[in-house]
Design a protein around this ligand. Structure first.
Ligand code: MN
Ligand code: MN
Length: 301
């Protein structure tokens, strides 16, 4: 790996600062009763105002949903007093991404699970150095979560972040899978432990609000073409929310659905369905992004 350019490091650091600011704002603004659509739009607007762009739609997955929930346009979904909400925020500056998550427990019943994910993250981050095998991170995460009485979610993991690419190798496990990939200099990556009182395994739900361009292929319908052009110009190869398309393109619901369906059927875009633990179980998450630079670890937030 070549050493990162000065500008790349500056962009990463700025993305990290904006992400930290967005997390702080989220903590302050998210209350029982808060409309999640309005909240999501407010946090994403704050990111843009600071000179960043959302690297993906803010994820506000609740309770047994581990990841990939973002509110639909003008959704009535609101935070309830029983909710455990994972606030997962990504910001990019010229494509350089910081990815972070924290968990807010309105129920007051899952503080230990919130702390377990945070502890696991802190311990894992403490191990990181150039040359570390990623399996060592998974081992630490699993041991920390189990010692606190919870399970890691085995099929969710941290990941490298690339330029305009929110998920690249290496995969950073949350279990002791002995993965021997080495953390190399010049790599940026997110560590993200998920703790649960469920099985420790998530399945895809049927709902999806988050999509990403997969492959540019010719499409016939004018709705599909319009959406594809808009997404390419504004979000490139990063994940986007259907509500962003709806807000900006102001097509009818029918036209947008026709366009999105064609893009899915032709394989131009892919969906990120909700990822769910068992019904009635809870998931917590903590996440941060690190950059390995000239033998040192830069903490983006
Ligand atoms: Mn994240
Ligand atoms: Mn992530």
């Amino acid at each position: 790996m070549t050493s990162l350019e000065k500008q790349a490091i500056a962009n990463y650091k700025k993305a990290g600062e904006i992400t930290a600011g967005a997390q702080a704002l989220a903590k302050q603004k998210l209350k029982v009763g808060t409309n999640l659509f309005e909240f999501a739009e407010e946090i994403e607007a704050a990111i843009r105002k600071k000179g960043g762009q959302p690297a993906f739609p803010i994820n506000l997955s609740r309770n047994n949903v581990a990841a990939h929930y973002t509110p639909a346009f003008e959704s009535e979904d609101a935070a309830s007093e029983n909710d455990v909400i994972k606030v997962d925020i990504g910001v990019h500056v010229d494509g350089f991404i910081a990815d972070s998550a924290s968990t807010i427990d309105f129920s007051g019943r899952h503080g230990a699970m919130v702390n377990a994910a945070e502890d696991a993250l802190e311990k894992a981050v403490g191990l990181v150095k150039v040359g570390l095998e990623v399996g060592r991170i998974g081992k630490e995460v699993e041991a920390t979560l189990k010692a606190a009485g919870f399970r890691p979610i085995e099929n969710l993991s941290g990941h490298g972040v690339g330029v305009y690419d929110a998920h690249t190798p290496p995969s950073i496990p949350n279990i002791d899978n002995k993965a021997s990939t080495i953390i190399e200099d010049g790599v940026a990556f997110a560590i993200e432990p998920f703790a649960t009182d469920g099985k420790g395994y998530v399945r895809e739900g049927s709902q999806a609000e988050i999509f990403q361009i997969k492959e540019k292929r010719p499409v016939r319908g004018q709705e599909a073409r319009k959406i594809l052009e808009f997404v390419e110009q504004n979000y490139k190869t990063l994940p986007f929310a259907e509500r962003w398309v709806q807000r900006e393109l102001k097509m009818t619901d029918f036209a947008r659905k026709v366009g999105m369906r064609e893009l899915m059927q032709k394989g131009c875009i892919m969906a990120f369905p909700l990822l769910k633990e068992e019904e009635g179980k809870t998931v917590t998450q903590a996440e941060t992004t690190l950059v390995m630079h000239e033998g040192k670890v830069i903490h983006l937030l």
